[in-house]
Design a protein. Sequence first.
Length: 225
Amino acid sequence: MNFSFGHFPLDLVILGLVAVFLVLRLRGILGRRVGAEPAMRPMAPQPVSQPVVEQAPEPPPPAITYDIPGPDTRVGGVLARIGMLQPGFTADGFAKSVESSFRLIVGAYASGDLAVLRERLTAATYAAFEAAIQSRQQAGEVLRSEIRDITDIAIIGAELDETGPNPQARIEVRIVSDQVSLTVDSNGQPVSGVDAVTEFSDLWTFECIPGTAGAVWRLGASRSA
C-alpha cells in the first residue's frame, strides 16, 4: 500500500481540524440551547401613581346649648321645688332629656306611629296629633321630616300647682333645631314646607304629676315660637 501523500491537500486537512477544535471549544464555553426559546413576554405598563386626595372629615354636629334658669330666678325656684317633690329630678337632666323626646315625637308624628305618641303625649295632645295624622293619611299626603341638628334647648317657664290632691307641674321649653320638613301629596307634589334645611323654633310644654309612682313627663302643648 502506498502511504505517499502525493497531491493530497494536507494544509486543508489541518485547517479543518483547527476549525473543528474551535467549534468544540465554543460549544463547551457557551453551552447548547435545548428546545424552543421562550417567547418574549410583553412588559406590563407600570401603573401611574395617582395623587392622593385627602377628603376633609365631616364637621361634627354643633353642640347643644342648654339655657337653665338660675336658682335665684322665679323659674329656677319652681324647678327646685319640683325637685323636692320628685326624687332624682334636676333641671339639667330634664333639659337634656328633652332632646331625645323631641326627636322621638317628631319622628313618630311624621311616620304616624300612634303607639309612641300615646306614651309620650297627654290625652288631649294625643287626640289632636291623632286627628292630624288621620287627616293627612286620608288626603294621601306624606310628611317627610328629618332633624339635622338641635342647637338650643332653653327652659323658659315653669309652673307648679299644689292646690289639689296631686300637684301639677308644667315646664315650657324653647327648642331650636335645623330640620327638613316637607309634606307632599299622592303625586309627590309639595303641599307645605320646603325640601331644604330650615331653622325651626318651637315651644313645647311638658306636664307631670311629681311625687307619684311612675311619674313621667309628657308633651302637653306645642306651638311655634
